[in-house]
Design a protein around this ligand. Structure first.
Ligand SMILES: Nc1ncnc2c1ncn2[C@@H]1O[C@H](COP(=O)(O)OP(=O)(O)OP(=O)(O)O)[C@@H](O)[C@H]1O
Length: 315
């Protein structure tokens, strides 16, 4: 199956510095991929290359099997929706008028506008001027604009910046619906909380390089970070220590204790604890995407200080 996005050793240079450095990436149809990285990691550069706004210095970018630069590029753009990082609209227009304007620009059917406004939760505010919209409402209008024409590929640059937790959740619910209808979504972010359940894979970029790529489970396996075990009950008198624990265990409310163990010791520790009658409950807390992001981003500082990236992540 042709990947929706394919980067083959793509480098983008500005003067002497590289915004992207020999990036390889294949995104299959219907995947939701999070593009994660600190400021300046190369996320927006990758999106601009996909949109055909800039050209690679080396390597090749293909979108739906074609170069975003060639003669078919305008057709290609009809299959694409884009929400830029800083979305700006004409303040004097209403939400409906803004979408009407963009639908004309994109030459798409204007009858979808009301449905889209409902879908992003702006149905009741459709006739209000944009200048009266909150930050969250503007982001929703930006998303509705990106969804005009039922795109098969959606590029969302920092879409949840400035949104409150409820608006962020609503936003991810919309992403879930898009995934259900087979749309491929590329979502750049450094705001991670809440994104985990909605993505298929994450690409962690650092200084234009691929630091890690995989599903959350694959990233957990690669990182082999300790997991946290939370144990409730008055069990410490009978089994006062867990020799496998890393660092100092922490007490919680006097009735629970939390400690970190390596994944290799998980089953040994669980078996022992489950045979201790005073143990009332055991909770396993695997590393979150945020932990993984911090871990893989630290490999970049290691690289800069002379050591290399982990095996398998050097492309
Ligand atoms: N037009 C340009 N001219 C020179 N340097 C550029 C240009 N565009 C981007 N860069 C540089 O390329 C690097 C990557 O930038 P990019 O905007 O892709 O990062 P980003 O991951 O999107 O960052 P942020 O999270 O801050 O948006 C940065 O060092 C940036 O300064």
């Amino acid at each position: 199956m042709t990947p929706v996005i394919a980067f083959d050793r793509v480098t983008k240079r500005y003067g002497d510095s590289k915004s992207l450095d020999a990036l390889d990436l294949q995104v299959p149809p219907g995947e939701v991929l999070a593009l994660l990285g600190h400021n300046g990691a190369g996320k927006t550069t990758a999106m601009k290359l996909i949109l055909g706004l800039i050209v690679p210095s080396e390597g090749e970018v293909r979108v739906f099997g074609s170069s975003p630069q060639n003669a078919e590029a305008s057709q290609l753009r009809h299959r694409l929706g884009f929400l830029p990082e800083n979305v700006g609209f004409y303040e004097q227009l209403s939400g409906r008028e803004v979408l009407d304007y963009f639908a004309r620009l994109k030459r798409t059917d204007r009858r979808q506008i009301d449905g889209l406004l409902e879908q992003v939760g702006l149905g009741a505010a459709a006739n209000r001027r944009v200048k009266t919209y909150s930050k969250g409402m503007r982001q929703r209008l930006g998303l509705a604009q990106a969804l005009l024409g039922e795109p098969q590929l959606l590029l969302l640059d920092e879409p949840t910046t400035g949104l409150d937790p409820a608006a962020t959740r609503d936003f991810y619910t919309t992403i879930e619906a898009l995934r259900a209808r087979g749309c491929t979504v590329l979502l750049s972010s450094h705001v991670l909380p809440g994104v985990e359940p909605y993505i298929d894979r994450a690409l962690i970029l650092g200084a234009g390089r691929r630091l890690a790529l995989g599903s959350i489970d694959e990233l957990r396996q690669q990182a082999a970070l300790p997991l946290t075990i939370r144990v409730k009950g008055d069990w410490t008198a009978r089994a006062p220590s867990v020799p496998e624990a890393e660092g100092t265990p922490s007490g919680l409310n006097g009735h629970a204790q939390e400690f970190r163990i390596s994944p290799a010791h998980k089953m040994t520790v669980l078996r022992r604890l489950s045979q201790t009658p005073e143990v009332e409950d055991i909770e396993l807390l695997p590393p979150t995407l945020e932990h993984l992001y911090t871990h893989f981003s630290a490999t970049l500082s290691d690289t800069h200080s002379g050591t290399t990236l982990p095996a398998g992540d050097q492309s």
